[in-house]
Ligand binder design. Structure first.
Ligand code: PGA
Length: 250
């Protein structure tokens, strides 16, 4: 059975000390899980501390927003190859905060994911519409355009390690999660785009946006949801315990 994936996206939170503490607690929980995989994406400065704290556990640890070149004159950027050398297993690319706060062009988000996939890492490629897109009936079109950039860049061997995260922008950090119906519709269209463009719709599709202990069970029961990308609630070990317990119980 494919395990459900719960990813903690720690964004620019938890310095090395705190991140190491949460990871250490999670590492002892992770060894006994039957249905759930835990993935953590700490900030770059906390990556090593988290790798050390969770060493020997089944937690998959990754990096946020790595660049599409291995090295070079790119002040302030992070190399996926360097993250891999440390022991990272995946990267997150195309997060809405990159797209909308930092105005990252869609082709760059796609390049970031494609480069990491070509290196042999997994990549979580985030897509999602803004509130105005949903209200004007353009949600599907926006997500499809974001994915089309990725399909154009994807090499032959990367698709098997690709993960899509559907994260409507209006649901991220707002306390307003998408409904089960909105999620399954979006995941359904993503699935058909994967099939049409990659010849396979096997890539897991996660939901992200205000996932918390109170709503995770309903979200995980929603058809076509392979797991969740969790921001705020993933900073708190107590919330992790509750969310993992729900995931294992479903
Ligand atoms: P949130 O963030 O759970 O705090 O809404 C999710 C994300 O941005 O990945």
């Amino acid at each position: 059975m494919t395990k459900r994936i719960l990813v903690g996206n720690w964004k620019m939170n938890l310095g090395p000390k705190e991140a190491g503490l949460v990871a250490h607690r999670l590492a002892s929980l992770a060894v006994n899980l039957k249905k759930t995989e835990i993935w953590l994406a700490p900030s770059a400065f906390s990556l090593q501390a988290v790798l050390t704290a969770a060493a020997g556990s089944p937690i998959n640890i990754g990096a946020q927003n790595t660049h599409w070149r291995e090295s070079g004159a790119f002040t302030g950027e992070n190399s996926a190859a360097a993250a891999k050398e440390l022991g990272a297993g995946f990267v997150i690319a195309g997060h809405s905060e990159r797209r909308h706060v930092f105005h990252e062009p869609p082709e760059e988000s796609a390049e970031r994911a494609a480069f990491a996939l070509n290196l042999g890492l997994s990549a979580i490629f985030c897509v999602g519409e803004k509130l105005e897109d949903r209200e004007s009936g353009r949600a599907g079109e926006v997500v499809s355009a974001q994915l089309s950039h990725l399909f154009r860049k994807l090499g032959d061997n990367g698709a098997g390690r690709l993960i899509i995260a559907y994260e409507p922008v209006w649901a991220i950090g707002t306390g307003r999660n998408a409904s089960a119906q909105e999620i399954s519709e979006a995941h359904g269209s993503i699935k058909s785009l994967l099939k049409k463009n990659l010849g396979s719709d096997a890539a897991p599709i996660l939901y992200g946006g205000s996932v918390v202990p109170d709503n995770i069970a309903e979200i995980l029961r929603t058809p076509l949801v392979s797991g969740c990308l969790i921001g705020g609630a993933s900073l708190d070990i107590g919330k992790w315990e509750a969310m993992i317990a729900d995931s294992e119980a479903i």
